[in-house]
Design a protein around this ligand. Structure first.
Ligand code: ADP
Ligand code: MG
Length: 358
């Protein structure tokens, strides 16, 4: 079990993680979902002591990471950036980790087998493909046979076969009763893997719910209508008591709580021409986009800051500084991630070295 209590991380003026409180439970896969820059990696780094919280607390089975003896036997982590020493073979990399964590050598062979790297175990990791590197990272996470596993964007850059393999592995680990916490910026990925969902945006908790619940609440069905005389169509819907009508950006109307047949008949009765009449099911991806719309740091389009989002109002208004920054950057090119990226990687690899592993 992982318990976060008001976990907060500030980098200068930037609040990367903002008072996160939630619990990651054993026996299921918990998806940690949020757009790029939401604070997922920062949160995960704080869980394993690679970053110090500005405020709040995170506990691994009731204890702070720093207080765990042989931490690899409690929690295994695959972080976003590669931690492999390029010149070493996969076998030696894992052996070093094992020896510095009191893990028997035999376990190295086991995990190499589990991730399917046995045949290339003596090859230098430098020559590994992205997928092989990822498998090696996972082998390291599994090394201490920990009850808690954490994967930061594990499917990034993998081929379909690798993605499939990782999904099954996570499910299997959860079925063994382990705590599995996996991050992604893709709703589609989470929908296929996670039993429970924690959604964050700009460091803040937006949802903490079971996957089926999230699907039930967010797969809105509606009918899309398009008419040359949109105003008349609107009046017609109003008159018929169909009040849950939203105007979409593309000029169509979205009517809820009724079906296409009734709407078609209504239009016919009044001699109104329709150019579109189509039943729709909002995708989970749409639901995720809506939920996080206000919290996306930099919009790809220049449409300005996102407006209020129906039904998904944040618990509190965003921090003033963050809103202001978001507003002033809207319409301008996004600030390059590289500004801090280099320093971050340095810090991360430095932190890792001093910790003798993940
Ligand atoms: P995610 O993993 O969800 O994409 P991150 O945790 O990497 O998000 O980043 C959250 C926010 O914190 C981003 O705005 C990022 O720019 C910022 N950030 C992350 N690490 C650092 C750092 N070492 N220094 C300054 N800002 C950082
Ligand atoms: Mg990340």
């Amino acid at each position: 079990m992982i318990e976060l209590e008001g976990l907060t991380k500030r980098y200068g003026a930037k609040l990367a993680v903002d008072r996160l409180t939630f619990t990651v439970r054993p026996g299921i896969v918990t998806g940690f979902l949020g757009p790029n820059g939401a604070g997922k990696s920062t949160t995960m780094r704080m869980m394993i002591g690679l970053d110090r919280p500005t405020a709040g607390d995170v506990r691994i089975d009731g204890r702070h990471y720093a207080d765990l003896r042989d931490p690899l036997t409690y929690i295994g982590a695959l972080l976003e950036a590669k931690a492999v020493h390029g010149g070493r073979s996969a076998y030696n990399h894992l052996l070093c980790l094992a020896q510095s964590n009191g893990i028997p050598r035999s376990r190295v062979h086991e995990v190499l087998e589990t991730v399917g790297l046995t045949s290339v175990a003596k090859k230098r990791a430098k020559g590994f493909s992205m997928g092989m590197g990822q498998r090696l990272g996972i082998a390291a996470a599994l090394l201490g046979d920990p009850r808690i596993l954490m994967f930061d964007e594990p499917v990034n850059g993998l081929d379909p076969e690798g993605i499939h393999w990782i999904r099954n592995l996570m499910k299997r680990l959860a079925a063994e009763g382990r705590t599995v916490f996996v991050s992604s910026h893709l709703m589609s990925e989470m929908a296929l893997t996670a039993d429970h969902l924690v959604v964050i945006g700009q460091g803040r908790l937006l949802a903490d719910t079971s996957m089926p619940e999230f699907i039930a609440q967010n797969s809105r069905s509606y009918v899309r209508l398009r008419a040359p005389e949109q105003e008349r169509l609107r009046d017609l819907l109003d008159g018929a008591g169909i009040t849950k009508v939203t105007a979409a950006k593309d000029g169509s109307l979205e009517a809820e709580g009724t079906d296409a047949a009734r709407l078609g008949e209504l239009a016919a009765e009044h001699g109104l021409v329709l150019h579109e009449l189509s039943p729709q099911q909002a995708s989970l991806e749409d639901a995720f986009m809506q939920l996080t719309a206000e919290s996306v740091e930099y919009h790809a389009h220049s449409g300005g800051a996102a407006g209020a989002v129906d039904g998904h109002v944040l618990a509190e208004p965003p921090v003033a500084g963050v809103t202001a920054a978001g507003a002033t950057t809207a319409g301008q090119p996004a600030a390059p991630a590289a500004e801090w990226g280099a320093g971050w990687r340095e810090q991360q690899s430095g932190g890792r070295k001093s910790r003798k592993g993940s």
